[in-house]
Write a protein of this length. Structure first.
Lengths: 340, 537
């Protein structure tokens, strides 16, 4: 346990340096783009007024040298201030608080779908190796990793919304429903805690289709990994012994094979979650989902430096935390792994 | 373990049942909205609009985004308005008088107008609003640049003095930068019209979530990138047909189209010529092809070091002659128009170009005269962008094809719009496809193309030796007699056509798609949709 604490401390210290590195990198890259945030945010005619341009530059600190801008940014960052978004005019931290819950809700549901169906499809494929069921689920999982998510999103929206009217067409709630205010911003959780079951239902049904699209790639990844690991494990001696002892096939798989087969899948889950964040921009745009993906896209196109840095830091933190959790999980699940 | 599983199953069932109920409710709501004639079922007079907006603020003193005008028009009133016309009509002003110097405007205000707060709208609010915009030194402040002072002799008289005559002043007054705010309320929330307002005014944050106007609607809630919700202003001085307006942010146009078909929204603002075919035969959907004002043009740099062969006026004319305007019109769709040059159709005195075939021989002869009998190679910058849905890449390709017929090999270089705008602004582009969208519906807004003005400088066209052009420019920008001004405008366009470093291509049309259960839907380029007059059946 002592080793584990030391390991955690070391990792957290590294995270700090990593974040400073990320902030510097993002800051430099976003400022080295051969474009001008003044031109991106001010109108052509407003720019003909030098006084207005000067006021604008002074307001957003764009009149200072780059190193000074970064110095100010880092100083504020250490105080928990990510700056003010040029595009929205709000503190970036407030914007992230507003948009992140939508992304979190969507990505968690997408991940649940990916894990549940990924493992299920992988197990079925492995158990029915080279039989029709295996071919069907392998096709689904290959489609998951190879179909571009923006195309899949449009297809799903066309079929399940426009053609059949089974699911709603975009947004977190109906187009005529007022935006729920207060709470955590996680509509399902807010609905449950406030007993607003109609909100829970509406939010849940609006969530299903985008979550399915977003989780499709990771589902394919998990299914393929689960299948190959399970096939490898089931060829081992201890499984043969279990079978020889007369255990039913179902118990052999669920109690003896699956646990070991899933260890490498955990790594894939981490990768899948990070990949899922990458696919967020397209899915959020197509499903009118007001999350971090859309916020990042709009910030990038308007050269909103503080917002770009804020989103990048947030994503970096998520990557680091996910990888940390996975490393810890390894130690918990597999006693052979020790953190010395 | 079993108990835990049962609890989970019950929770899941509850969510599914309530979800099915909610989903069913959403669908039934939307179906009735688009198909039957029951006003109640279409959201109780709730108009739902889908848009991909660029809204950054809802403070009219700062707002400069395309869709901001639509919200400001619904929430605030101005002294004059120009919805559907380039001729200003009185709104909060009843009448005005202009003195002999053409610089002092005396406006008589309507009496009995109240803000949504219940406060009376008086001259002090007008003075505060105009001076606040001027002193904020923000995106819209240049509209108020010419305002020298605003005086309020009594509660219903406003005297505005300009530094110099400005024939477009009444049109400018209809812009959101001159929206009239409730000075008492705005001051309460940190607003000021003092000279140092650029650094001391703190009302923007409050105005992003609330409104302080006398318009038909009140801002109820704005969640950026999600939706703007407006509710009827109970103190409004005119008639309002709908109780509520919801403008949903739907960034993907295909989603907007599907939402409209399903009746989840009543109006789709993002439809363009590229995707209108998806709606042409759709049941319950109407299409409105409206006059647009965004004009695409080619810029040819006048500086020989940058423009090369294109700096030669003969080559510039050859480029104009080589373009197949007839085919350009076909590409850009119904209601596209061909401006002769700087003034698009819909503006007073606008002249149009004939949809002619290219004059290949004429163009080749000019190129030979200029010393390029075999043509030349040139870099042609085309940003990844579009005008009202018309891809610049498609337009650029068409221009390249046309020019190749006279021996000009235009090598297209694509770049992000942000990058192109930068070098365009600095006057470094040799040959560029660009567009111009007017801020207000007056020819003065288009004079930026003349030598020494904003766009002129970007083409390095700084030669102001054409005194006739200068005189016409002065007449157009200052003459208040409409007939004299229109005549000067026509003369200016004809003279401009003889020698300039541009080739004006097309004024692009706008397509609006809406549910056939709506009546009185109209579209105007600046303020977009007038919510208060739309009837939901």
């Amino acid at each position: 346990m002592g080793n584990m604490v030391k390991y955690l401390m070391r990792r957290l210290l590294l995270v700090l340096f990593l974040l400073i590195g990320v902030s510097l990198l993002v800051f430099l890259i976003s400022h080295l783009v051969p474009s001008d945030p003044v031109a991106a945010n001010m109108s052509t005619q407003a720019m003909s007024d030098p006084e207005a341009v000067e006021v604008y530059k002074a307001k957003w600190g764009l009149d200072k040298p780059l190193y000074q801008q970064y110095g100010i940014y880092l100083k504020n960052l250490l105080q928990g201030d990510l700056g003010t978004s040029i595009r929205t005019g709000n503190p970036v931290i407030e914007d992230l608080k507003q948009f992140f819950p939508a992304t979190l809700e969507l990505s968690v549901f997408a991940m649940i779908i990916a894990i549940v169906f990924g493992i299920l499809f992988g197990v079925i494929s492995a158990v029915h190796r080279d039989k029709p069921l295996d071919y069907i689920f392998r096709t689904v999982s290959i489609a998951g990793v190879s179909v571009p998510n923006f195309w899949f999103a449009l297809l799903m929206l066309f079929l399940f919304y426009a053609q059949w009217g089974i699911f709603p067409g975009g947004g977190r709630v109906g187009s005529r429903t007022a935006t729920p205010s207060g709470g955590t911003g996680l509509y399902i959780l807010d609905g449950i805690t406030s007993g607003n079951w109609s909100l829970v239902g509406e939010a849940f049904f609006h969530l299903l289709l985008p979550a399915l699209v977003l989780g499709f790639f990771t589902m394919g990844l998990i299914a393929r990994q689960t299948r190959s690991n399970l096939l490898e494990v089931t060829s081992m001696d201890y499984i043969r012994t279990a079978k020889a002892k007369g255990l039913p096939a179902g118990k052999v798989i669920s109690r003896h094979a699956l646990g070991n087969a899933l260890i490498p899948v955990i790594t894939v889950m981490g990768m899948g979650f990070c990949n899922l964040l990458g696919g967020m921009v397209f899915v959020e745009k197509i499903f009118s989902w007001p999350g971090i993906g859309q916020y990042a896209y709009l910030s990038a196109t308007t050269l909103d430096f503080p917002a770009i840095c804020g989103v990048s830091l947030l994503i970096a933190v998520i990557y680091v935390v996910i990888n940390l959790i996975i490393d810890i999980l390894y130690g918990v699940i597999d006693p052979r792994v020790r953190y010395n | 373990m079993k108990v835990w599983k049962r609890v989970l199953a019950v929770v899941f069932c509850c969510i599914m049942i309530s979800g099915v109920t909610a989903c069913g409710k959403t669908n039934s709501e939307s179906n009735t909205s688009s198909n039957d004639g029951n006003n109640e079922s279409s959201g109780g007079g709730t108009l739902v609009v889908g848009m991909d907006s660029d809204l950054q603020t809802l403070d009219p003193g700062h707002g400069y985004e395309v869709y901001g005008n639509m919200i400001f028009y619904a929430v605030y009133d101005n002294l004059y308005k120009t919805y559907g016309t380039s001729t200003p009509e009185p709104s909060l002003a009843e009448s005005y008088e202009l003195d002999d110097s053409q610089t002092v405007y005396s406006f008589k205000l309507k009496e009995g107008v109240k803000f949504s707060s219940g406060n009376d709208l008086t001259s002090k609010d007008v003075a505060f609003s105009i001076m606040r915009t001027k002193n904020l030194k923000s995106n819209t402040s240049h509209h108020a640049e010419a305002v020298q002072s605003v005086e309020t002799p009594d509660d219903y008289t406003v005297v505005i003095t300009l530094a110099s005559p400005d024939a477009s002043f009444l049109v400018k007054l209809s812009n959101n930068s001159f929206a009239i705010l409730d000075s008492e309320v705005v001051k309460e929330h940190g607003g000021t019209d003092a000279e140092d307002a650029a650094t001391t005014d703190t009302a923007q944050e409050w105005l992003n979530q609330n409104s302080a106007g006398s318009g038909a609607y009140v801002l109820d809630n704005w969640t950026q990138n999600v939706k703007v919700e407006l509710i009827k202003n109970e103190n409004y001085w005119g008639e309002v047909k709908n109780e509520k307006v919801i403008c949903n942010e739907i960034p993907d146009v295909n989603t907007q189209i599907q939402n409209l078909k399903q009746g989840d929204i009543d109006i789709a603002l993002g439809v363009s010529m590229d995707n209108v075919s998806q709606l042409e035969d759709a049941d319950g959907v109407e299409l409105l092809y409206a006059q647009g004002y965004t004009t695409t043009f080619l810029l040819m740099n006048q500086d020989p070091d940058i423009g090369g062969p294109l700096a030669d006026s003969k080559v510039q004319e050859a480029v104009r002659l080589a373009i197949n305007y007839q085919e350009l019109l076909e590409i850009c769709g119904e209601n596209a128009t061909l401006p002769l040059n700087i003034v698009p159709e819909g503006f007073t005195g606008a002249l149009q170009r004939e949809a002619s075939e290219p004059d290949i021989e004429g163009a080749k002869a000019l190129l030979t005269e200029a010393g390029y009998p075999d043509g030349f190679d040139v870099k042609f910058t085309v940003a990844s962008y579009d005008s009202e849905g018309m891809s610049w890449t498609t337009l650029g390709q068409k221009i390249k094809d046309d020019l190749s017929k006279v021996g000009i090999n235009a090598e297209i270089e694509t770049a992000e719009i942000g990058v192109v705008i930068d070098s365009y602004r600095e006057g470094k582009e040799q040959f560029l496809l660009m567009h111009w969208h007017p801020d207000y519906m007056d020819i003065n807004n288009q004079l930026a193309f003349l030598p020494g003005d904003t766009i002129g400088e970007r083409a390095n066209w700084t030669d102001a030796s054409n005194t006739e052009l200068e005189e016409l420019k002065n007449t157009v920008s200052t003459e208040n007699d409409p007939d004299k001004r229109a005549a000067a405008s026509e003369e200016l366009q004809k003279l401009f056509a003889q020698d300039n470093p541009y080739a004006f291509l097309v004024t692009h049309p706008k397509v609006l798609a809406y549910g056939s259960n709506l009546e009185n839907v109209d579209y105007y380029e600046v303020q977009k949709i007038d919510f208060q007059n739309i009837v939901i059946n």
